[in-house]
Every structure is written in C-alpha cells, then in structure tokens.
Design a protein around this ligand. Structure first.
Ligand code: AHG
Ligand code: MN
Ligand code: MN
Length: 339
C-alpha cells in the first residue's frame, strides 16, 4: 500500500487532469468534487443501517410507481442540497423526482446539467447488500433556460459520469472521457484515494448477469443467447458460463469492470410500452459511457446506447453492456432476427 503522502486523492487527480488535459474545466472539476462529497455522505448513512434512519420504506412512491425507501429519499435530498448552491449547475434531474430541479434563483447558475439515480439497488438496502449512486453530467446548451428539453441530449454528449458503490469497500468510479479510474474511500481520513488507474473491461468473458426469473417473458434473441450460454460445453459455445445477479446495477457493473462479464436487462413481452426496466438518463447512459471508456460496449440490442436521443426524462431502455465480444454477439442476434 502506498504511503499516505504519496497517495493520489480525487482532488489531486482532478487538478492533474485539469492541467494535463485541457478538457476538464475548473467548474466541472468542482462539480465532481461536490458530487463525490455527497456520495461520501450517502455512504455514511448507508453504513449506519439500523442505527440510523436508513432502513425501511418512506411510505411514498416515485414517478415510476416504485415504493420509495427512506434511503432513496434521503440520498436524493443529500445530492440536491450538496449541489444546488455551488454555482456550477443550471439544473438537476433524478430518478426520485418527476420534474427537473432548476437551480433556485437565490444561487448563481452554472453551465452543467446533472442527472442521478441517488440510490441504485434499493431492494438491497434492508438486506445489507451492495448498493450505490449513479450520476451523469451534460452541458447546458448555451442561452437555454433549463427545461426538460435541455436534458434531451444523447449520452455521447456526457462530459462526465460515475458511480459509487457502498459495499464492503466504498468506491467511486469516474470518467471524464479520458479513461476510467477507481477511487477508494479512506473512511478515517474521509478522502477518496486513487486505487485503480485506467480500468479495462476484459474483451472476453465466461460470466453473465441477467434476472433469469424473467426468462419466460424474453424475446427470441435473448432466449437464444442465454440458451447457448446455459448449454455450456455441450452447446455451440463449447464452454461453461457462470451466472451472477446482485440486483444492484452498480455492483454488477463494478464486477464487470473488475473482471469482465456481460450485464443485461432486456426489454420483454410483458409491457411493450416499457422497453426494459432501467432508465436511460441516469442509469444506462452513465454506465454505457463508463463501460465504453473502459474498452467495453453498451447497446439496447440494436444500437449503441450513447447514440439514443432521449425523448423524456424517465424513459426506459433495454441494456446489454460489458465485454465487447459478448455485447456484439447478443446485438447481432437481435439484428439478425429483426431483418
Ligand atoms: P433502483 O433501485 O434505482 O430502482 O434500480 C434497481 C435496478 C438495478 O439496479 C438492478 O439491476 C435492477 O433494478 C434489479 O432488477 P430486479 O428487481 O429485476 O432484479
Ligand atoms: Mn437504479
Ligand atoms: Mn434508485
């Protein structure tokens, strides 16, 4: 382990990025520091569990009809309060709020838009399994009064994205479009320390993640792909594949960034008006940006997720992301069935 004095903290890393790569302006750097500080605070509340006010339902529903947990609401408030006064943002949007949150007039406004899933993997809160926060930063179009329309930019326009995992270790994974780096929280010192530079998703994998309890609803290309993986050595792939499903996208994606794999949440036959479960703006887009920056791929089965032009804040999207060879294969199966 490096000595404390030789450590690269998040602050130092971001300042180095600002100096070396002119693509990280000071206001974006400050914004990322504020988001990271909010994640530290959320992580603190997560770790308190039954000793704090973190467990259980908040007794309310979000715009998507999902029951909000106390920690969903608290994490949303922490992110809003941390980010509203810094002067770097024009507006925010969150899984937990139907409408956008324009920066109040009493504060100076900045040039960025922030979207977040304040607490990802809510079903895991009460059972003490890894959960996290996902965020994405876009530029606010010049001269545009922030409205939902200002957020309707494809994921390829993101200037930064990241996630925190509140697990056995608390980590922050970040990209500003110049590779992906992982920071581990030193809880005693309260600082994020760079622990992995330039994360890479291995191109090949023998591991996949999907909620298999939905298999009877899957469309043909997903049935075919998963059928082949499950056939193992006796099937066309001639190899055994292992399956993992944490039910927290952050934790599943973090495993894939660490040792490879493919993560899938496909659209299925249940409700054609809902293409998948995950949300484009604050789940799929930031994760797709990170995974691509780490050499992986991310599609909705037919096209690159980062090319999708959003039409609404909470729109859903099918997600296939991770090791490139597997994402390419399952995407090919979709395109073959379509034509
Ligand atoms: P959230 O807790 O923000 O609503 O997101 C949960 C998502 C994602 O993290 C996870 O991969 C997926 O839902 C789990 O879905 P299942 O309940 O189908 O396992
Ligand atoms: Mn989520
Ligand atoms: Mn959430």
């Amino acid at each position: 382990m490096s000595s404390i004095s030789s450590r690269t903290t998040l602050t130092k890393y971001l300042i180095e990025q600002q100096r070396e790569h002119q693509n990280l302006p000071a206001d974006l750097r400050l914004l990322l520091e504020v988001v990271a500080r909010a994640c530290k605070q959320i992580g603190y509340h997560v770790s308190k569990g039954a000793l704090g006010e973190a467990l259980g339902s908040a007794g309310s529903e979000n715009v998507q009809g999902e029951v909000q947990k106390k920690l969903d609401v608290l994490s949303n408030e922490i992110l809003l309060e941390a980010n509203e006064w810094g002067g770097n943002l024009a507006a925010m949007a969150s899984e937990e709020m139907e409408k956008i949150f324009p920066i109040p007039n009493r504060y100076p406004k900045g040039n960025y838009l922030l979207t977040f899933d304040p607490l990802d993997g809510s079903s895991n809160i009460d059972v003490n399994v890894s959960i996290g926060t996902i965020f994405s930063v876009l530029r606010c179009p010049d001269g545009v009064e922030p409205s939902e329309q200002a957020f309707m930019q494809p994921g390829s326009q993101q200037v930064a994205a990241g996630y925190a995992v509140y697990g056995p270790q608390t980590v922050l994974v970040l990209t500003t479009g110049n590779g992906v780096n992982c920071f581990t929280l030193d809880r005693e010192l309260g600082s994020w320390v760079l622990t992995q530079r330039d994360m890479q998703v291995p191109a090949e994998t023998r591991e996949y993640a999907i909620n298999a309890s939905n298999s009877r609803h899957w469309y043909e290309p997903v049935q075919q792909y998963i059928g082949e993986l499950n056939a193992g050595q006796d099937g066309p792939r001639k190899e055994d594949f292992n399956m993992r499903w944490i039910a927290s996208m952050v934790a599943d994606v973090h495993r894939i960034l660490t040792r490879g794999g493919i993560f899938m949440y496909p659209a299925d036959r249940r409700d054609p008006s809902k293409p998948g479960k995950l949300r484009l703006m604050y789940e799929a887009n930031p994760m797709a940006f990170i995974v691509e920056q780490a050499g992986g791929a991310a599609t909705n089965g037919e096209q690159r997720i980062l090319d999708i032009v959003p039409t609404s804040l909470h729109q859903r999207v099918a997600v296939f992301l991770g090791s490139k060879s597997e994402v390419d294969r399952v995407t090919r199966y979709h395109l073959e069935k379509k034509n």
